[in-house]
Design a protein around this ligand. Structure first.
Ligand code: UT7
Length: 337
């Protein structure tokens, strides 16, 4: 069986910075409330003409450059997003021609905040079985176009931001250490009974209406995300702890063996609680939520890029990632950088 490794990463966030004080101009909220509850200081929002695949393209171009490959070597695109360019086809189909590629499979992954690790697991499996050799995996979101930016939606609107992160994953050649797998393992979970604890109902065939989207749905704001924040928070801490410990156990590793923890960025308090519970030293957890908010499928690859730039993620580092989100879905992975 082949092995797979991440050979390059890239990221892109829009230029426009939206501060907590900016949000307080349009809804009843405050910098103090947002900082205290979530740790978020600011986030990025796109301008209207930009689509999710546009953001993805820029992150992918950087990842391809950093991987040092010719883009023609890519034989599969995996695109994790919950904020697609259009209802269908998937955003990977819009991204493929923008990259100047043709015919290779273009697959969307719809696992919300766990989307990047789900995509990594799919890429790893494709490579291990020999089906593909060089896979481009991107997580990208434009949340700013889907948020209720009034006081009614403030519990969700203040948390999310726009951004993209990408990696190139390639079959490890024998001389690069095929025996020493770079992606040690991935662990995926879901519990759909909680699907409506964090969801957007419309457009949808499950609404009991003749059309998937009508004026009443729009007036009721059914296309805005709804969240049971406290329940999501509690489950995030519990499930991320569980799946992280499982990944360590499966690989006969201890928490002390991990050089860097790159967790999903939903709320700084979730990651602080996780670190506290597991007694992980603060300096080993790399967070970006303060600057970008929750960019859902993009948080982990954005974290990779920023950690490389900050000198925290180096060749040979042993990294653990875990994520939790809507679905509920959660996932973990351990990999050698
Ligand atoms: O990646 C996907 C996963 N998402 C998450 O993991 C998010 C998980 N949940 C959370 O991060 C937190 O639950 C929140 C940050 C969303 C909310 O924090 P909380 O401590 O659970 O606050 P709460 O929902 O209990 O709200 C407390 C109060 C309420 O007012 P009352 O009822 O006590 O008068 C809310 O109406 O804060 C109010 N509130 C706000 N106030 C100012 C809710 N949102 C805001 C806001 N600004 N943006």
């Amino acid at each position: 069986m082949y092995q797979s490794e991440i050979i390059g990463c890239g990221m892109y966030v829009p230029e426009k910075i939206v501060t907590n004080n900016d949000l307080a101009q349009v809804m009843e909220t405050s910098h103090e409330w947002i900082i205290q509850r979530s740790g978020i200081e600011e986030r990025r929002w796109v301008t209207p003409e930009v689509s999710t695949s546009d953001l993805a393209l820029k992150a992918c171009e950087e990842a391809i450059k950093n991987a040092g490959i010719d883009k023609k070597e890519i034989d599969c695109i995996l695109f994790a997003t919950i904020s697609p360019d259009h209802d269908f086809p998937g955003s990977a189909c819009f991204l493929q021609p923008k990259l100047g590629l043709t015919e290779i499979p273009a697959i969307d992954v719809r696992q919300q905040c766990s989307g990047f690790i789900y995509g990594l697991s799919m890429a790893d499996a494709f490579i291990k079985t020999g089906q593909y050799k060089t896979i481009l995996l991107v997580g990208a979101e434009i949340h700013s176009k889907g948020l209720d930016k009034t006081t009614r939606g403030r519990d969700v609107a203040v948390l999310f931001g726009d951004g993209a992160g990408a990696v190139v994953i390639r079959r490890a050649e024998a001389q690069n250490g095929a025996k020493d797998s770079k992606i040690f393992s991935t662990h995926l979970f879901a519990e759909g009974v909680h699907a409506k604890e964090l969801w957007a109902a419309a457009p949808g065939s499950g609404l009991g209406s003749e059309l998937r989207m009508n004026h009443e749905h729009v007036e009721a704001g059914l296309f805005f995300p709804q969240m049971n924040g406290k329940k999501v928070f509690a489950n995030a801490v519990r499930r991320m702890c569980e799946c992280l410990m499982l990944a360590l156990e499966k690989n006969n590793l201890k928490l002390e063996d991990i050089d860097l923890f790159l967790f999903h960025q939903a709320n700084l308090r979730i990651n602080q609680m996780l670190a506290q519970e597991l007694k992980i030293p603060e300096e080993k957890v790399f967070n970006t939520i303060m600057k970008y908010g929750n960019t859902t499928a993009a948080t982990i690859p954005i974290g990779m890029s920023e950690a490389v730039k900050a000198g925290k993620l180096k060749k040979g580092s042993l990294v653990a990632s875990a994520a939790f989100g809507s679905g509920f879905t959660w996932a973990s992975t351990i990999y050698r950088w």
